[in-house]
Design a protein around this ligand. Structure first.
Ligand code: ADP
Ligand code: ZN
Length: 617
């Protein structure tokens, strides 16, 4: 394949040619403008400086290193743990005329040798390498012989020893800094929390670098959370009404439930495949491949399914059981709508789920401190479930992001839920937290409110507090719900010891003094099924017509013929734009987002023909 013609200026001039970046964006990738911080990130890395990029899934991280890869002389090395995806990423780049290849354990010796030769000869723009291969002495020696444009370290949170995706080889990437001192590194991740960020910077960018922290909002995802009444029927109604032919993920807590749900949905005409750690590796791989390559496949999965799903057109993520934490909820729902088109995050939960997860946490063998952190993450998620205000505001608030206005695209914004005046009980709760010394967890605080004379209450003399027994009008579960909502809204916060104690939050004074009323979501039991928001799904205009399906079938056939997933041919956003704009010739077609020069040359006529065929039917 021919290389992309590169407007690479001499090294010293790179900084002064900002339009070269936009030119590559347009010519190679077919996009008019950079998104968000992309432009600045590209400029930073192209100029040879390090960068740490924190962007949500679907935010457009790939271009942040792919564009500099084409602007800087030499080969960009992309470190990624997701071997299964490398092939597709390389195929997608090749479809844009970029010279890309990968090195990992799945290659046959001949292909590997050819790739190594191409690297040495300077014939590659990008080379994807698995971390365990990169840190081998032979690989490092080979890279030293070649000209390296930059190192992109994808899924950079894998370096965090406290995270769920820890990869020991990522720690060894520190050698890059020593062995390639003049080569810029860009570390990328969609993991938001502060500690992980710091770990990434310390481990991977010890010599410093610019931080780019994007908003973690996913505006195209509509968040909806309801109580669980009849889960199967609720899911079926959701799928039939809103996603009859879409790809999506249904998460369940247990393997058995995955199997049952997949079978049940299949009987009702959906293409639903189970995915969990108990299945043979081959079956798992087959199901994942079908999800990636076929249109309209539903994966019914445990959380074993996730990392490395970078399908852009997942139209919904449905949770039949509660995720483990706020972090997990954000990450799992984030797999929907990476292409920026409308997508649903739909969750149903019941009190029994809560009990089940609590029990799992209690039986966990993790350290006590770790368990408390997990418990708090769960409590925060329960708070989100019971939230009466904008869900997005609460979700982003948990990650430290403040929204100026409500989102208008969550269930609570679309149809506000029933609430009750909880001002008095909330004051009692805050007062009990305060008077017990701001260091006890929910259970002890509730014991005090309910007037329970437990051993601890007596030992600490908490039965003599004025708040002792003032809350006996409410049940323990109501008190839990109140405390959770106070926690979710920041009136209460976890204490700094990390031991699960509660303390007063910054903004609680007006409420405590009775100067501010508080409405809380009505108890679960009374939470009958709420009205659904106005239906929405899929690409806006095209979804109603058979044309959309016809065009998708055409794309699928072309993709099958080439042995690649459909989105490599073009993503849904491009497909929708094609239908909307109906380009008549190659000049029109070139203006459609996602159609770069290479696609225009190689597939232009085919695209136009497919559109003409639509007109004939
Ligand atoms: P991430 O890796 O951050 O999850 P990707 O790099 O896969 O996200 O990008 C997500 C989607 O957004 C892709 O379909 C990509 O083509 C598209 N995209 C990225 N940047 C732009 C842009 N500047 N203009 C239009 N589409 C873009
Ligand atoms: Zn909202």
């Amino acid at each position: 394949m021919d290389g992309v013609e590169r407007g690479t200026p001499a090294e010293g001039e790179i900084d002064t040619a900002p339009d070269a970046a936009r030119d590559v964006l347009r010519r190679v990738f077919g996009f008019r403008e950079f998104r968000g911080a992309q432009r600045e990130i590209v400029a930073t890395v192209t100029a040879g400086r390090n960068a740490l990029v924190l962007m949500p899934t679907g935010g457009g991280k790939s271009l942040c290193y792919q564009v500099p890869a084409l602007l800087r002389p030499g080969t960009a090395i992309v470190v990624s743990p997701l071997i299964a995806l490398m092939r597709d990423q390389v195929a997608a780049l090749e479809h844009n005329g970029v010279r890309a290849a990968c090195l990992n354990s799945t290659l046959d010796p001949e292909t590997r040798r050819e790739t190594e030769r191409a690297l040495a000869a300077g014939e590659l723009d990008l080379l994807y390498v698995a971390p365990e291969r990169l840190v081998q002495p032979a690989t490092l020696a080979r890279l030293e012989q070649a000209r390296i444009a930059l190192f992109a370290i994808d899924e950079a949170h894998c370096v965090s020893q406290w995270g769920h995706d820890f990869r020991p080889e990522y720690l060894q990437l520190a050698v890059l800094h020593q062995r390639f001192p003049g080569v810029p590194r860009i570390a990328l991740t969609a993991t938001a929390d502060e500690r992980t960020r710091r770990e990434i910077a310390e481990q991977l960018l010890p010599d410093g670098g610019a931080w780019f922290v994007a908003s973690f909002d996913r505006p195209n995802i509509r968040y909806r959370i309801t109580t669980k009444e009849r889960p199967r029927e609720q899911l079926l109604a959701f799928l039939r009404d809103e996603h009859p032919a879409d790809s999506g993920i249904v998460y369940c807590m247990s393997r058995r439930r995955c199997e049952e749900m997949a079978a049940w949905l299949s009987e009702r005409g959906f293409t639903a495949l189970p995915y969990h750690a108990g299945l043979d590796a081959e079956v798992r791989q087959l199901h994942q491949a079908r999800f990636q390559r076929d249109d309209g496949v539903i994966i019914v999965a445990t959380i074993a399914f996730g990392m490395g799903i970078d399908q852009p057109d997942v139209r919904f993520v449905a949770h039949l059981d509660l995720p483990k934490s706020m972090e997990a909820y954000y990450q799992e729902t984030g797999r929907a709508g990476r292409d920026g088109l409308p997508a649903d995050a739909w969750l149903i939960y019941g009190t029994r789920d809560v009990a089940h997860i609590r029990q799992m946490l209690a039986e966990s063998t993790a350290s006590e401190a770790h368990q408390r952190v997990e418990r708090q993450r769960l409590e925060a998620l329960l708070g989100l479930c019971e939230e009466t205000g904008c869900r997005r505001r609460a979700l982003l608030g948990y990650f430290g992001e403040v929204m100026a206005t409500d989102c208008g695209n969550c269930d609570n914004c679309l149809s506000p839920p029933p609430t009750w005046d909880a001002t008095e009980p909330a004051r009692m709760a805050l007062s009990a937290v305060y008077r017990t010394g701001q260091r006890f967890g929910a259970n002890h605080v509730i014991d005090v409110l309910l007037g329970q004379e437990t051993e601890r209450v007596r030992r600490l003399g908490h039965d003599r507090l004025p708040t002792f027994g003032v809350g006996s009008d409410h049940t323990r579960s109501t008190w839990h719900s109140i405390l959770r909502q106070l926690l979710a809204r920041g009136y209460l916060q976890p204490d700094t010891s990390g031991h699960g104690g509660l303390q007063l939050g910054a903004g609680c004074r007006p409420l405590l003094r009775g100067e501010e009323p508080l409405q809380l979501r009505a108890e679960l039991a009374s939470g009958a099924q709420r009205r659904r928001g106005a239906g929405h799904s899929g690409p806006p205009t095209a979804a109603d017509s058979g044309e959309w399906e016809a065009l998708r079938r055409w794309r699928k056939a072309l993709a099958d013929a080439e042995g690649v997933p459909p989105y490599v041919i073009c993503n849904d956003a491009t497909l929708a734009a094609l239908l909307e704009r109906r380009p008549q010739d190659l000049v029109d077609l070139a203006r459609v987002p996602g159609i770069g020069q290479h696609k225009l040359d190689h597939y232009g006529e085919a695209f136009l023909e497919a559109l003409t065929d639509l007109d004939r039917v």
